[in-house]
Design a protein around this ligand. Structure first.
Ligand code: ADP
Ligand code: MG
Length: 636
């Protein structure tokens, strides 16, 4: 079926420009992976033409058929094997037609050819990236007839035809055309599927559900969805936001919160991002895949592109629309694209700002966000150097200054720091109770120094990656070498003399001398306990060690802790031990060994408690013997 009589007197035959011929050759012979995209390209051209017209109508009074509605209509004819797409947009003049579709004035053509040469066939996504999207029609078309009539008054009705093989013909149309462009695609026999309504509808629903102009297929209206992200915030109700979340994100739950924002610089962005009500990863399900769709002026580029957000923001759902991203940016190179990387950074930064605002505006809601997604933010601190410092103010912890279950921020901690306090202290442990009953807190309590409670297995990594906050080093409170100064209200009385202490420390070290005991020293930090085991290894904290053990190997690191035993020179037991080492060295050694094991046990560092019970019985027996002897003496 020949669409028009080409033996027309006005018809002229033209050769495509050499570059266009090469593009066509590639389209016809090498692109085959995702032929559906030709529909998206043509619909987006139609949509652009309608947008252009809308702008023109704002200023020009004299527009051909000014009252005709702006719309896009598609019609399939499966007996004829054709698909027709018609728009009532700007249309084209003869010069525009030759320029836009005959010669490719676009500078991108060469770049496209180069890219195809490098990447080889099968990269249909490259085609739109270089402004040659129209030609994708030849992936499926045996013949294309394009009728067009410009919006300009007195314009010509034109007919352009080609089979994509090197030439096209151009002539006046036989009958006057309505304003706009009508493209009839005669499909190759092997691609007749695109002449059936269901097939075309499927593609339209996927790619073009938000196209701004009314879009219909065989008379059925298709795009009833509004691109909510482009509307003004003031015009959208809370219910509409929630409704859109369910529709766009295929969600069943309520969103926890959302961010709707527009930016003009450094990129044009309209985004509507949702935080789902619950974090599926937290509930033990598999890792989230990206779920924010990327659009370019309402036309879908990709449903769930990788690289649009940093990894740790993978829980987000919704839509990002950027007119600056080429419609058909290649999926393969998306993550490497400088534009997408820029977009990624702008989006992440803006979302972090949103979380800060949320925390300020509605701290209860922020805390419910924190309870769901704290792991993601911590992952960000550990893995994303770009946003690490910006994420620190979003951290929340319990501390020795909060009630159980109440959270505080690093900033609040800094505000509460004592005069002269230079560091931010933290203790890691499985829970508030275990940290508070452990051996390390008392030294800080006695000096009214606040300690953050880190109860998540990843917190140690977070602190070591962060290093400091507002130039205050983040320091583990179980670390050796802390100089905390005198405890509040200590008199300094009751301590062993320097000389006796030195002797006692040397004696303990030489008597016990397990290979991991680095040092025995007298310290000021203790108040109620006779001794504490301190981690002498800055790089292997107690939590890390527990994790290594849980992973069932030493992970290349030595799992034996380096320990410093700090003894309390004021404690009664230490006084007695010192006296005992002169009188009964064997019994003193038993007690010293038990003091070390107790310290290791409270620190969670005792790997092998066997042997301890036997020793305790021995000590008890000794103690009972002495008590009995004393009793006899008193009786007698
Ligand atoms: P791009 O859309 O990236 O410019 P295309 O190859 O898709 O590249 O289209 C080339 C040009 O042809 C467009 O820029 C536009 O000027 C013109 N064009 C294509 N389709 C239409 C249409 N339906 N109405 C008016 N002009 C069109
Ligand atoms: Mg286009």
């Amino acid at each position: 079926m020949s669409s028009e009589n080409t033996a027309d007197a006005t018809a002229t035959t033209h050769s495509f420009q050499a570059e266009v011929r090469q593009v066509l050759d590639i389209v016809i012979h090498s692109l085959y992976k995702d032929r559906d995209i030709f529909i998206r390209e043509l619909v987006s051209n139609a949509s652009d033409a309608l947008e252009k017209l809308r702008h023109i109508q704002l200023t020009e009074k004299d527009v051909h058929q000014a009252d005709a509605p702006r719309e896009i209509t598609l019609t399939t004819d499966d007996t004829a094997g054709t698909l027709t797409i018609r728009d009532t947009g700007v249309g084209m003049t003869r010069e525009e037609l030759v320029e836009n579709i005959g010669t490719i004035a676009h500078s991108g053509t060469k770049a496209f050819l180069q890219a195809i040469k490098e990447k080889g066939g099968g990269n249909e996504n490259l085609i739109g990236q270089f402004g040659v999207g129209f030609f994708s029609v030849f992936m499926v078309a045996g013949h294309v007839t394009l009728h067009t009539r410009s919006w300009r008054p007195g314009g010509e009705s034109l007919c352009w035809e080609s089979d994509g093989s090197g030439t096209y013909t151009l002539r006046a149309a036989h009958a006057p055309e309505d304003r706009g462009t009508r493209i009839t695609i005669r499909l190759k026999p092997e691609h007749k599927e695109y002449a059936t309504a269901d097939r075309v509808k499927n593609v339209l629903v996927r790619y073009s559900k938000y196209v701004p102009a009314p879009l219909s297929l065989n008379g059925e209206k298709l795009n009833t969805q509004q691109a909510l992200w482009l509307k003004g915030k003031a015009d959208i109700s809370v219910d509409e936001y929630k409704e859109f979340y369910k529709f766009q994100c295929h969600a069943w739950d309520e969103p926890l919160d959302w961010l709707h924002f527009n930016a003009d610089a450094p990129l044009l962005i309209n985004a509507l991002l949702y935080i789902p009500g619950s974090n599926v990863e937290k509930n033990g399900f598999s890792r989230q895949e990206p779920a924010v769709a990327l659009h370019c002026r309402k036309v879908l580029i990709e449903e769930a592109p990788k690289g649009l957000f940093p990894e740790w923001l993978r829980f987000l759902k919704g839509v990002v629309d950027s007119a600056d991203i080429p419609l058909n940016i290649s999926r393969e190179t998306m993550q490497d694209s400088a534009l997408v990387q820029k977009l990624n950074q702008v989006l992440a930064k803006r979302f972090i700002k949103h979380l800060e605002e949320l925390a300020r505006r509605d701290s209860a809601k922020y805390e419910s966000f924190w309870r769901e997604y704290s792991r993601n933010l911590k992952e960000g601190i550990v893995t994303d150097a770009v946003h690490r410092d910006a994420l620190a103010p979003l951290l929340r912890y319990e501390s020795s200054a909060t009630d159980a279950g109440k959270l505080t921020t690093l900033s609040e901690y800094v505000d509460r720091m004592k005069p002269g306090q230079k560091e931010i202290y933290y203790l890691a442990g499985p829970g508030r109770d275990s940290i508070e009953s452990g051996p390390y807190l008392e030294a800080f309590k006695a000096r009214s120094i606040e300690v953050l409670y880190l109860t998540d297995a990843t917190d140690d990594f977070v602190m070591s990656h962060l290093g400091s906050y507002k130039e205050k080093p983040l320091t583990a409170a179980d670390q050796a070498d802390l100089d905390l100064g005198e405890a509040d209200g200590t008199t300094g009385g009751g301590a062993l003399s320097e000389k006796r202490l030195k002797g006692l420390c040397e004696w303990i070290k030489s008597e016990l001398g397990p290979k991991n005991l680095d040092a025995v020293e007298a310290g000021k930090r203790l108040v109620n306990s006779p001794a504490v085991a301190l981690n002498a290894d800055k790089f292997m904290t107690a939590t890390m060690r527990r994790m290594m053990q849980a992973m069932g190997g030493n992970g290349g690191a030595d799992a034996t802790p380096r320990i410093k035993l700090e003894i309390n020179p004021r404690h009664g037991l230490i006084h007695k031990l010192d006296a005992l080492r002169d009188g009964d060295p064997a019994f003193a050694k038993l007690i010293a060994a038990q003091i070390l094991d107790n310290a290791l046990l409270s620190a969670g560092l005792l790997d092998n408690p066997r042997g301890m019970t036997a020793r305790i019985y021995e000590i008890l027996e000794g103690a009972a013997g002495r008590a009995a002897a004393n009793g006899k003496r008193e009786e007698g």
